[in-house]
Write a protein that binds this ligand. Structure first.
Ligand code: S3P
Length: 178
């Protein structure tokens, strides 16, 4: 029997360039669930872009807003959630995410993530010279946090529909066996 008092979101974690938003959008369409991007929740609540928040208020303020956005998952209808790449970095965030649904990690190499974010200008942590090196560093620093996810999907060179379909199957199985 499923516990109806808790939400059952499908929550994607992983670094920038892992494909959380594109996979999340496709999975949401397949499941006929709303799609939620925590970066967008934060932007809508503050009226500023992620880049502006980093520049004007600092990373800590962004992280606080991110924790609030993850807590909100406990009070909104089931959805597919793309988190920001740093959502894994706080113990409290994990408590919210684990209470809010099924967390799936999208596993990606630094090379693949660098390729996918090559033309992106809206990621303050990737601003600067050597993007690949920066991503290598971030992946290494965060590995133990990402490794907490109970399920892992290797993105490799696979297409979005393929990864999304697998995420959907895992989610449906999880819901069916709660
Ligand atoms: C961040 C990832 C970004 C965004 C912010 C910080 C990170 O989200 O939350 O720029 O710390 O890895 P995406 O993973 O969707 O790019």
């Amino acid at each position: 029997m499923s516990d109806l008092s808790w939400p059952h979101h499908l929550i994607l974690v992983g670094p920038m360039g892992a494909g959380k938003s594109s996979v999340g959008r496709t999975a949401a369409a397949l499941l006929r669930l709303p799609f939620v991007d925590t970066d967008h929740l934060i932007e809508n609540a503050s009226g500023r872009s992620v880049t502006q928040i980093f520049a004007e208020c600092g990373e800590e303020a962004f992280r606080n807003a991110e924790t609030v956005a993850l807590q909100r998952l406990l009070f909104i209808p089931d959805s597919v959630v793309a988190t920001g790449g740093g959502a894994v970095l706080r113990e409290q965030n994990w408590e919210y995410m684990n209470a809010a649904g099924l967390v799936i990690r999208l596993l990606v190499t630094a090379e693949e993530a660098a390729r996918r974010t090559a033309y992106d200008v809206n990621r303050p942590l990737l601003a600067g010279e050597d993007r690949l090196e920066r991503l290598r560093q971030i992946l290494e620093e965060r590995e133990s946090w990402y490794a907490r996810a109970p399920l892992v999907l290797d993105v490799g060179h696979r297409g979005v529909p393929d990864v999304a379909q697998e995420a959907v199957s895992i989610y449906q199985q999880w819901r069916g066996t709660l």
